[in-house]
Design a protein around this ligand. Structure first.
Ligand code: SAH
Length: 352
């Protein structure tokens, strides 16, 4: 047992030169992980993170702008064919109100996330982004609005958007097809990611941990993709089933593996902006803090109007009141402080 851990320890120390590690060794590190491995990984991940970002944990205000979606991703509660989903969309005025509230609470990044909803055409979004940036020139605007054309991404960037989150979901083609309907492809997803990065966005990819059919080999592919793409941000969280989707009876991913992978990702890309996600906070009430202790350095409290939060239901049981809510930022602050870190109001750009 001891030698095994010692060997894993050596692997952990070598993670930065990840490309040299064989799939067999990586499989071992993931499949035969021990608590001691997780502890060592987390410790190294925290050290690496602190070398770059010091004691800061950045906060982003998440505004869920629409629960309408033209896509039909099999895992997602707001998929088009879910007739039980309650649909809403925020108009630009409501979104600006959220920013005003958020700014007063100390937020300096606004994340606009939603289903793929045609209501938000380029014209509307460019005007909205322009207004946010002129009212709050010291803030960053992050978009997470799915796949759009290269031209659209460019227009939104020129209007002032700074960052874009688009999880690749899985780096394995067959697995991608098991999670998505025909018409959506990994190839297109990656093309969008490359486009976003080349335009100049701080770009984020990511995947769900424990999604249906996911194997360790898929996770290794995800890690290799992340390492080679070199995103500025990586969003990972456990898959959590939603009762009105084909995956309603599939088991959720675990916090334990999510945390382990957060640490690995921090070591692969020391500078990455890595959130302790809402999904992690949903399956484990201490998920946020544990995420920070595993190497994450971003939290994204919910800044949507309270009456729509339940309707943006990607998975069951989503936490959105408590410390997840932007208005409880004080409580979040003291909880983050228990990790020895400090929640900061800084805009929190990638350390280029
Ligand atoms: N339409 C946007 C935003 C999608 S929602 C886009 O396509 O990027 C943001 C993320 O939530 C998704 O990328 C997915 O990884 C995650 N998600 C969706 N359903 C989920 C579920 N059931 N459990 C956990 N995460 C989920």
């Amino acid at each position: 047992m001891l030698t095994e851990t010692a060997e894993h320890g050596e692997l952990i120390e070598r993670l930065y030169s990840f490309s040299d590690l064989s799939d067999t060794r990586l499989r071992e590190l993931i499949d035969d992980r021990t608590e001691a491995d997780a502890e060592l990984l987390a410790q190294r991940a925290r050290e690496r993170c602190e070398e770059i970002y010091g004691n800061d944990v950045f906060m982003r205000g998440l505004i869920e702008i629409s629960s309408y979606c033209k896509n039909d991703c099999l895992y997602c509660g707001i998929r088009r064919s879910n007739k039980n989903a309650e649909r809403y969309r925020l108009d630009p005025e409501q979104i600006l109100d959220c920013c005003e509230t958020g700014y007063a609470l100390g937020f300096r990044t606004f994340v606009l996330q939603g289903g793929e909803d045609g209501y938000y055409n380029d014209e509307l979004l460019c005007s909205l982004i322009g207004k946010i940036k002129s009212s709050y020139p010291d803030c960053a605007v992050t978009l997470s609005l799915g796949e759009r054309t290269a031209e659209s991404y460019k227009r939104l960037y020129d209007a002032g958007a700074d960052r874009y989150l688009l999880r690749h979901e899985t780096a394995d083609k067959e697995h991608y097809e098991m999670l998505h309907p025909a018409g959506l492809s990994l190839e297109k997803r990656i093309e969008c990611l490359k486009e976003l990065k080349s335009i100049g966005y701080q770009t984020g990819c990511g995947f769900m941990v424990g999604s249906p059919y996911q194997t360790t080999d898929h996770i290794i592919k995800d890690l290799r993709f992340i390492k080679s793409f070199e995103p500025h941000m990586v969003g990972i969280g456990p898959f959590i089933p939603h009762k009105d989707t084909p995956f309603k009876d599939d088991p959720a991913g675990t916090a334990e593996l999510t945390l382990y992978l957060l640490s690995i990702i921090r070591l692969l890309l020391p500078k990455v902006l890595l959130p302790a996600t809402t999904a992690l906070g949903t399956i484990d009430p201490m998920g946020r803090e544990k995420g920070i202790l595993a190497g994450a350095n971003v939290v994204m409290p919910n800044l949507s109007p309270a009456q729509v939060r339940k309707k943006y239901s990607l998975y069951n049981g989503k936490v959105c009141t408590g410390e997840e809510a932007a208005e409880h930022v004080k409580e979040l602050k003291s909880r983050i402080e228990t990790t020895g870190r400090k929640l900061t109001a800084a805009k929190g750009d990638f350390a280029f």
